[in-house]
Ligand binder design. Structure first.
Ligand SMILES: *Cc1c(COP(=O)(O)O)cnc(C)c1O
Length: 402
């Protein structure tokens, strides 16, 4: 018979660290979101209109940009950004292999060629030196990602792009609220994309935004976001509007509904508070995990304001007799959710089969992937929840100590 001592893994018949499951992420929906959604439903205007426009304006302000466009996903925002910049067949777009597939899919959607490069070991965001080495006469756009909510090396990347006549589209899906040397993410790149997906720091269920200082780019993205029509529907049908419009390009259907924008406006009322809570939880993890040598904690560079979308740790596998998959399974048995950000792009069958990169091409990203484990982080978590995660990590690490 197995002994149920405090150190016995739940998978071995021990008592789990938690009696209820702690998910990796949960949206934080308050009364203001509910009130605004009901107001919108009763307003007579439920598709793109004043609320989507207000959300876009507010997000642009928060991100330090002149113009904003609310859309129905960050993927749509990235696609519109590349299309508005005219990236297409014959062009190369340089991005990170350590990202979500959307970044690379949209490069293919505009007909351009994705060029993958490795990441910096500390931030796990695009390595500017690797970018420089990958530039060819066909390079058109650099597409960096602010991994986990920590700003990428955006100043270096923008400087490099300027010196070579390239444009920068930043995937800031994780990074609303992040800043570099006090300047908000959204104020550096030609176009910056944010995500309002269910798990992101600000959510509309599904949604996103593109921000830019360039009025012509903003206008082009707006037209392309709704069928290529040169006026948007809510102005067309409003009293002062006109029934006339022209289709000036084969546009997309990426507009955001006002019902969803209303959720975002409610979220904005609590955004500062939610970000403060994420940051406090990260500080608590940081202190507690200092005592667990089997785990390396995420860094914050001097000068960075971290948005703390994710709390990813790196398992010190040389100190452990298990791999990451086993560690994650044991966490699940202890009633703690976790995930992995990211599976390198060049490991996915489609990209492995169509892009010229083999396993071993990007050693930093590949090593990061082998060790990566994202721990739960969301504003509704209590200090006690963090302590439970740390207790479970400690318990599993002790069991598998090599
Ligand atoms: C979530 C995410 C996206 C896609 O966001 P959607 O709003 O779901 O389209 C893109 N890039 C990164 C890095 C993400 O995490």
């Amino acid at each position: 018979m197995k002994l149920n001592t405090p150190g016995t893994l739940a998978s071995d018949g021990g008592t789990p660290v938690r009696s209820t499951f702690l998910p990796l992420a949960l949206p934080s929906i308050g009364e203001s979101e509910k009130r605004r959604v009901i107001e919108t439903l009763e307003s007579g205007w439920i598709t793109t209109g004043p609320r989507s426009h207000e959300l876009a304006t507010r997000v642009a302000e928060l991100a330090g940009a002149r113009h904003g466009l609310a859309v129905n996903s960050a993927t749509g925002a990235l696609h519109l950004a590349l299309a508005a910049l005219g990236a297409g067949a014959g062009d190369e777009v340089i991005t990170s292999t350590y990202t979500f597939a959307a970044c690379v899919n949209v490069i293919e959607h505009v007909g351009a060629t994705p060029v993958l490069v490795d990441v910096e070991a500390d931030t796990l965001s695009l390595d500017p030196q690797a970018v420089e080495a990958a530039i060819t006469p066909r390079t058109r756009v650099i597409l960096p990602v602010d991994y986990a909510g920590h700003p990428c090396a955006i100043e270096e990347i923008v400087a490099l792009a300027r010196s070579r006549g390239l444009r920068v589209v930043e995937d800031a899906a994780h990074a609303l609220g992040a800043a570099w040397r006090g300047r908000p993410i959204g104020s550096f790149a030609d176009i910056t994309a944010f995500s309002f997906y269910a798990t992101k720091n600000l959510t509309t269920g599904e949604g996103g935004a593109a921000v830019t200082d360039d009025e012509a780019l903003a206008e082009r993205m707006q037209v392309l976001s709704l069928h290529g029509m040169n006026r948007d529907a809510w102005k067309r049908y409003a009293d002062t509007g006109s029934w006339y419009y022209e289709v000036v390009a084969p546009g997309f259907k990426y507009n955001l509904s006002d019902v969803l924008a209303a959720i975002g406006l409610g979220q904005l009322e609590r955004f500062t508070e939610m970000q403060r809570r994420r940051s406090a939880l990260a500080v608590r993890y940081h202190a507690a995990l200092a005592e667990v040598p089997e785990v390396r904690r995420p860094i914050t560079r001097e000068g960075a304001t971290h948005a703390w979308h994710l709390y990813p740790v790196a398992l010190q596998l040389e100190r452990l007799s298990c791999d990451r998959a086993r560690f994650a399974r044991e966490l699940r048995a202890e009633n703690i959710g976790s995930s992995v950000h990211f599976i390198p792009i060049h490991f996915h069958p489609h990209f492995r089969d169509t892009l010229p990169y083999r396993a071993g091409a990007f050693p930093v990203a590949e090593e990061a992937y082998r060790r990566a484990l994202t721990l739960p982080l969301y504003p509704a978590m209590t200090d006690r929840d963090v302590d439970d995660v740390v207790a479970a990590v400690r318990k599993i690490a002790r069991h598998f100590r090599a």
